[in-house]
Design a binder for this molecule. Structure first.
Ligand SMILES: O=C(O)CCC(=O)C(=O)O
Ligand SMILES: [Fe+2]
Length: 356
């Protein structure tokens, strides 16, 4: 479900029964037509593309009194220019991060029949599967994934949570608890960076924020020049935390019509704003377009955590960010995810649906 970015599609979206990318990759056969992009130049890892000078925010500085102002300024500038940054010294243990990713890797290594026990069901978006077909003639992305609601806890569908490797569930649970705290801290810093009340963003998330995780697995691809790992999209979430592969590059952002490669910073979080923070910040923070590319000899894994306000919660630009020089740019909406998919299915950029 590339481009789906952490939100559920409209009911009745077409479910496709094509084969998993991993099976195709092991086949060594011809690249099926449905993966070949016909439109833009794509796919290329092209080391000729510039490496992004991505801002790195040190969380330990944000919490210390002396360095706070500079770091908040950096955060503000990162989010208004790029809409993304990397976090170091975030306090989540390396061992937890390593195990989370290793569990993902091990899961994708299981025999197909074991993985298929967790296969996405008809009319569901959760579980193990390939790119989900949401609109007609959609080009398929070269990725398989496991997609799970992790919060609120009572919305979890444990039947989709792998039991092999044995620590998969426990580690994901622990990771979710820690990321939820990190999300809260980050939202407070983001408000401070704009001179707002600390809870200005947090309040819009409500009591039961939604968190989805997606393990993206990109097998080596015979023609990385012809396919997308994940086609260009902006996330429909409010905030996305991404753990990139420690060794294999693949994530790229679009800035001023130019694709740039994201450097690997092991165990850092790549954080990007999703459409919902762009709306809440009245357009000051940008929800960036990004994509993942594949390569012909190495598999790649990434783990995304999409965070969004609770279901049914009204969200919109924070009042203090609306004035004569910056009029309100977005509507107030509920359940942006439905709007997101409706627009996505029509091949339009979802955030345009909520612009005034
Ligand atoms: O694999 C990556 O690096 C990108 C993942 C991503 O953009 C997503 O899951 O929405
Ligand atoms: Fe994304």
């Amino acid at each position: 479900m590339s481009g789906g970015s952490g939100l559920s599609p409209l009911a009745g979206a077409e479910l496709d029964l094509h084969r998993l990318v991993q099976e195709l990759a092991e086949d060594d056969g011809e690249l099926p037509e449905r993966f070949i992009c016909k439109d833009t130049p794509h796919g290329l890892i092209t080391s000729s593309l510039p490496l992004m000078d991505i801002p790195v925010i040190d969380f330990s500085h944000l919490s210390s009194s002396s360095a706070t102002t500079d770091e908040l300024q950096k955060l503000q500038s990162a989010l208004s220019s790029w809409g993304c940054f990397q976090i170091i010294n975030h306090g989540i243990e390396s061992s937890l991060i390593d195990e989370l990713k290793e569990n993902g890797r091990q899961f994708f290594k299981l025999p197909m029949e074991d993985k298929k026990k967790y296969a996405r069901g008809a009319n569901d978006i959760e579980g193990y599967g390939n790119d989900m077909v949401l609109y007609k003639n959609q080009t398929l992305d070269w990725t398989d994934s496991i997609y799970l609601v992790v919060s609120p806890e009572d919305d979890r569908k444990l039947n989709y949570w792998p039991q092999s490797p044995t620590s998969f569930r426990e580690i994901l649970e622990e990771y979710t608890t820690k990321l939820k705290l990190l999300l809260e801290i980050l939202l407070k810093f983001m408000a401070k960076a704009l001179d707002l009340e600390e809870t200005s963003f947090l309040n819009q998330f409500g009591e039961r924020p939604i968190m989805y995780t997606r393990y993206n697995f990109y097998p080596p691809c015979p023609r990385p020049d012809l396919v997308h790992g994940l086609k260009p999209h902006a996330d429909g979430s409010a905030i996305t935390f991404l753990l990139q592969d420690d060794e294999v590059e693949g994530l790229q952002f679009l800035k001023d019509d130019q694709w740039v490669r994201v450097p690997i910073l092991p165990r850092a979080f790549l954080v990007n704003v999703g459409d919902q923070i762009e709306m809440m910040s009245n357009g000051i923070f940008k929800s960036p377009i990004h994509r993942a590319v594949t390569n012909s000899d190495k598999e790649r894994i990434s783990v995304a955590m999409f965070c969004a306000p609770e279901v049914g919660k009204e969200i919109g630009p924070i009042e203090a960010l609306i004035d004569d020089t910056r009029p309100r740019l977005y509507k107030t909406v509920k359940d942006y995810r439905e709007i997101y998919y409706e627009y996505y299915q029509q091949g339009k950029r979802p955030i345009d649906a909520v612009k005034l």
